[in-house]
Design a binder for this molecule. Structure first.
Ligand code: ZN
Length: 271
């Protein structure tokens, strides 16, 4: 009997302790009531944001940092020891990356600029050695123009996997050479003809009027006005939620894989 009595006493103590803990919890919960209510009221706003985000994704209008609009800007015919470093400064300032299609003949003496392009996350592609129209050359001429540029670029950058034929001019022989030599062809779908219009604002306006996610913009880093135009374009589009990526990155973001011999003028991004 005594043993049972102690057991009942212990049970009573436990029950009292449990009741005390429950009371303390209730007091705490009541004191926090305002916060819980605030959290509950926040819920509809959060759900609203999801719905808005989904609607924006459908219309392609979202500027939320979590849903960036990817675009590629490319620069041909450099490097130039005055204008290209200034452009690299601008790219750094806006955390933007570009793709440079350099001319083989302009590489020696500018090796440090090529190395800086790579170091800062930009891509370096092949734009031939002498900027000749490849469609006017035979097989050996095509190989010579592309290989000699590739060789000199490779001294300062990873061996190029991208070719931009001068003027975008190509034929089956050019494409076949690229397919056999691990080169994807990159053209463009936004061309402000900055080599002709030496007015930074006009060039920038021309780009800004049409730019959309997945585009590949063509410009030239050898003109001071083009570098000024690039700053306006990069500053404006970055402010609208765009992220400037290299062409290989843009293709990757589209869910594709760079394929030698294939021509890329822009990409279709998912969503
Ligand atoms: Zn060119």
């Amino acid at each position: 009997m005594k043993k049972v009595g102690i057991g009942m006493k212990t049970l009573a103590v436990i029950i009292i302790l449990v009741l005390v803990v429950i009371c303390l919890f209730l007091i705490f919960a009541i004191s926090q009531g305002a916060d819980y209510q605030a959290k509950l009221l926040d819920l509809p706003a959060t759900v609203g944001k999801w719905i808005t985000g989904a609607a924006d994704a459908v219309t392609g209008q979202s500027a939320a940092p979590s849903d960036p609009k990817y675009i590629a800007i490319t620069f041909d015919d450099g490097p130039n020891d005055k204008t290209t470093p200034r452009l690299l400064d601008i790219l750094q300032k806006y955390n933007a990356h570009a793709t440079f299609f350099v001319l083989g003949q302009r590489v020696e003496g500018n090796g440090d600029i090529i190395q800086r392009m790579v170091r800062e996350g930009n891509a370096v592609g092949n734009h031939t050695y002498d900027h000749k129209d490849l469609t006017g050359l035979g097989a050996s001429g095509i190989a010579g123009e592309i290989n000699s540029a590739g060789d000199v670029i490779s001294k300062y950058a990873p061996s190029p996997i991208l070719l931009r034929p001068p003027g975008g001019a190509m034929n089956t022989a050019v494409r076949a050479f690229c397919k056999d030599n691990g080169l994807s062809l990159v053209t463009w779908n936004v061309d402000p003809t900055d080599w002709n219009i030496k007015d930074a604002q006009k060039v920038a306006d021309s780009v800004l009027a049409v730019a959309k996610p997945g585009d590949i913009i063509l410009m030239h880093d050898i003109y001071s006005t083009s570098v000024d135009a690039a700053e306006i374009v990069i500053k404006t589009l970055t402010g609208e939620g765009y992220v400037f990526v290299t062409v290989p990155k843009l293709v990757e973001l589209s869910g594709g894989t760079l394929t030698p011999g294939t021509v890329y003028s822009n990409v279709k991004l998912p969503g």
